[in-house]
Design a protein around this ligand. Structure first.
Ligand code: HEC
Length: 203
């Protein structure tokens, strides 16, 4: 079947399909397949017009009005300035040294204990190089502040390492809370002999 069979040539720049009367693109045929010469759909054209309007408005705002919000660097600077203001106006949260009793903190404390402290104090706190954490005898005091101080500054000459650089204040508080809440008062497998003074448990 040739083109002449189904299309009728006109003088216009499209030709009409003789059967369906649809417009076809002229001289545009491959293996007998021809392409319809339809108008673009209105939604597409409108989208196109809108992009033109958007483009014009954008150019005016960028080059004529010099709008701040079109420059990322200015937006960034403004956001940084705002954040700085906010930070300055907020009181710095006070770090309070007190026993943490929530599960998450105690779990974090146990993690630190098992990773670092058990080497000298044993997993169950029974003591090895370092003293027993389960009994009521303490060398450097048994309040949470005393222990925070010991863990922060260490007792270098006796082999207790300072942890102020290795553990954040929160991490130190967590591991101390773990000692107080979970190790003290338990019965370890091989408890080390008491060291220091017997102290009434403050909690
Ligand atoms: C290298 C061994 C070693 C490691 C690791 C270690 N300690 Fe110690 N710790 C000691 C020694 C030794 C002492 C006793 C210091 C003394 O005799 O004055 C001690 C004492 C303490 C005390 C005071 C006990 C008391 O009777 O007053 C606390 C609390 C303590 N350690 C907690 C920790 C925590 C928490 C960790 C882990 C972050 C830790 N230690 C890691 C060796 C260690």
């Amino acid at each position: 079947m040739t083109t002449e069979d189904t299309t009728k040539n006109t003088n216009q720049d499209y030709e009409l399909d003789t059967l369906t009367n649809e417009r076809l693109i002229k001289d545009h045929e491959y293996d007998g397949i021809k392409e319809l010469d339809n108008d673009l759909p209105p939604w597409w054209k409108w989208l196109f017009y809108i992009t033109i309007v958007f483009g014009i408005v954008y150019m005016i705002r960028l080059w004529v009005l010099d709008s701040d919000d079109l420059y990322q660097i200015r937006e960034y600077d403004a956001a940084m300035a705002e954040a700085k203001d906010n930070a300055a106006s907020q009181p710095t949260a006070q770090f309070e040294i007190k026993v943490l009793t929530d599960d998450a903190s105690l779990a974090n404390g146990k993690e630190t204990w098992d990773k670092i402290c058990q080497v000298c104090h044993l997993y169950d706190g029974g003591g090895l190089v370092g003293p027993n954490m389960t009994d009521n005898y303490w060398i450097h005091g048994n309040t949470v502040e005393d222990m925070f101080n010991t863990v922060t500054n260490g007792v270098i000459e006796k082999g207790m390492i300072p942890y102020k650089d290795q553990l954040s204040p929160t991490q130190r508080l967590e591991v101390i809370s773990f000692i107080i809440e979970k190790l003290h008062g338990t019965t370890p497998a091989n408890p080390k002999a008491p060291q220091g003074e017997e102290m009434a448990w403050p909690y």
